[in-house]
Design a binder for this molecule. Sequence first.
Ligand SMILES: *Cc1c(COP(=O)(O)O)cnc(C)c1O
Length: 364
Amino acid sequence: MPTLLPRPSILSIEPYVGGESKIPGVNRIVKLSSNEGAFGVPPGAQAAYARLAAELHRYPDGSATALRAAIGARFGLDPARIVCGNGSDELIGALILAYGGEGTELVMSAHGFVMYDIAGRYAGCRVIKVPERDLTADVDAMLAAVGPRTRLVFLANPNNPTGSMLPAGEVARLRAGLPEEVLLVLDSAYAEYVTRPDYDPGTALVEAGTNTVMTRTFSKIFGLGGVRLGWCYAPAHVIDILNRVRGPFNVNAPAMAAGIAALAEPDWVETSVAHNAEWRARLSEGLRAAGIGVHPSEGNFILADFGTAERAKAADAALKQRGLIVRMMGAYALPQALRITIGTAEECTMVLDALTGFMRGANG
Ligand SMILES: *Cc1c(COP(=O)(O)O)cnc(C)c1O
């Protein structure tokens, strides 16, 4: 045993395991394990990133002025109330360290996004995972879990990995039931993909009070997971805190250039949303017809339930044989399920064919 030890809570963290990207012996793989957008990198973002190559000796603009202006213009938000991050993961971690820490509690739903748990433990918070109803956050149960030590409540909406979404009224009810001194973080990483009309990504609640933050990302629909770019919209006093604790150059210059260009890519979001809605429905219906449970999803992925961990593992192996990589869900205590990202039409068809064949074999 080394005598040098971290704070005890850190040893309780299970290291994050990202989506796999290789299968030994298979050359052509289809990666549907990390919810990266179906269409790759927007062409304009690729060009903008490349143009920055000759400027890499320069420090980036530490206040991300141009990017915040572009985000504000695109989403109708005040750029002064935006902070950009090295992925939204960075902002999630900064909020938890700033408002949580030893002696405090962080409340999340049972199958909420795993980074809240990791960052919460890192900060020394007690992380409370609240049981869900039908794999959906239960507002009453979350409110009941809040105590005098609670400082942060996290809700991914839609949630990864379940795809569940709470309508705007339910999220407002959550906020209304929380004490003033509790920060509600609404993680809207998949906001653009939502097709239900009763949705609000959190903008209205951020603007209505002083204790709600919305986080967003360029990693999903904007196809920029590799450059690490996220942002949040928050009350002015929270923006002030984040600007004190973040690294002075936390977002790199090519990432900002790519992000600005991605926002300007003509029809990118519209095309992606239409494709996603169509193939999310087709894949869900096809898998249900094959006898696989599919949870309703508002994201760019679906959660396929095989009933048992053994069958999910066998299905994963059948997919891998065809070069298809999806995400096993053991880390989310859902070992009976696989999370499958909505890819191109061809990729979705490959998944459907493989799993239909697998179910015939399993039942035959
Ligand atoms: C993918 C994802 C993120 C994005 O994180 P980045 O650090 O911006 O890449 C955040 N929250 C949820 C729920 C996600 O699924």
